[in-house]
Design a binder for this molecule. Structure first.
Ligand SMILES: Nc1ncnc2c1ncn2[C@@H]1O[C@H](COP(=O)(O)OP(=O)(O)OP(=O)(O)O)[C@@H](O)[C@H]1O
Length: 354
């Protein structure tokens, strides 16, 4: 940050995506070998997203809907096909090197599997020291480094720090490993955290503790958090805003209470019907059969996605135009103080019979 900039405050926009699109080329099969068209997986299309300080935004959808691709695009781990990513209002495109490190200092990612993301031959001290050094926060002396390491472990509630500093990943529980991964991300002193299913590989009993930790960090450090999950019940509990993705597109968004309690899009309704009871917080993040296993049909091929609304072949309320015209976002009326609730569904076009 330069001296002329003011200190950011809660609600300030950190990271934005506009019309973010990612198509992965696929290898040609025999049938397409001699044609001009190169088949592509339409993994993510036209995503709009805003992450603000002190706010959790949940990105919810079933497996293969494009959630991880969005996170990887925002983390600059994938190049985008089109669209824009802005950090503090400035467009960013980085391809490794110093610019990438500068970006990572502000935008850090936490992965689903803490065991795979920590090197088994190195201790907690090594992982955290490396993060502090890479991001220029190790201090000027051994004593300062030690203080910073203890401070990081304290932030993720691994106390007393001396109990954990010299442990190897296999000597820790899954929850402790994920806390170390979070501490490593905090070593950069980021403003945004991209958490890709951060609790889905943990035991049900410790998921809530890790989500509470993330919520506490959001409040204490004023972090902007993107929380990726297939579990919409945990989004109600944990996120301020919830966005729902289906087959690479966003279909609904708004404040979490409205999206989870008054879902408007037929896909969100299906997702909620197959989700655990949101009032049973001890089961937060629990895996239930995905909607496609729950008798709701199959998600479409992303190589040749359906025209119009991508959910139309499975939709119980589909109108004729749903299979031809892509629905725009329709703002929904304010109910019980709902904020920014919208659905990309023709049912909400003025005059449509619902
Ligand atoms: N590197 C790649 N090359 C080709 N296709 C890819 C690649 N990465 C992802 N995809 C495809 O893009 C689509 C979206 O994948 P993505 O992993 O983003 O979904 P997801 O919602 O995060 O799923 P999950 O919850 O299972 O991780 C899928 O159809 C996937 O097969």
């Amino acid at each position: 940050m330069t001296a002329t900039q003011t200190e950011p405050t809660t609600g300030d926009v950190v990271l934005e995506a506009e019309n973010l699109t990612k198509h992965f080329p696929v290898r040609r099969g025999l049938r397409t070998l001699f044609t001009r068209d190169r088949p592509t997986v339409h993994a993510v299309d036209d995503i709009q997203l805003t992450l603000r300080r002190g706010q959790v935004t949940a990105l919810v959808g079933e497996s293969g809907s494009g959630k991880s691709t969005v996170a990887r695009l925002l983390a600059q781990l994938y190049s985008r096909t089109s669209g824009d990513i802005r950090l503090h209002g400035e467009s960013v495109t980085v391809h490794g090197g110093r610019k990438f490190r500068a970006y990572c200092r502000q935008v850090q990612m936490i992965f689903q599997d803490p065991f795979a993301s920590l090197n088994p031959v190195h201790t907690v001290r090594y992982h955290l020291t490396r993060s502090l050094r890479i991001h220029g926060r190790a201090g000027n002396s051994a004593a300062e480094l030690e203080r910073n390491l203890r401070d990081l472990l304290g932030r993720v509630q691994l106390t007393p720090p001396e109990r954990y500093l010299d442990k190897f990943p296999h000597e820790l529980s899954g929850g402790q490993r994920q806390r170390v991964s979070i501490a490593r991300a905090l070593g950069a002193d980021p403003q945004a955290l991209l958490a890709d299913e951060p609790v889905s590989m943990l035991d049900v009993s410790i998921r809530l503790g890790v989500l509470n930790l993330l919520r506490d960090l959001k409040e204490r450090l004023d972090l902007a958090i993107l929380y990726i999950t297939h579990d919409i019940a945990s989004a109600r509990y944990f996120a301020d805003e919830t966005l729902v993705m289906y087959a690479g597109r966003m279909v609904e968004g708004g404040d979490s209470e409205s999206v989870t309690q008054r879902p408007a899009h037929p896909y969100t309704r299906l997702l909620i019907e197959s989700a655990p009871d949101p009032d049973r917080l001890d089961r937060v993040g629990d895996a239930r059969p995905a909607p496609d296993d729950a008798g709701g049909g199959e998600p479409p091929s992303l190589i040749a996605p359906p025209a119009g609304c991508r959910f139309n072949p499975r939709c119980p309320s589909a109108l004729p135009k749903c299979s031809t015209d892509l629905p725009p976002r329709f703002e929904l009326p304010v109910v019980d103080g709902s904020k920014g609730h919208w659905a990309a569904c023709w049912l909400y076009e003025e005059g449509a019979a619902r």
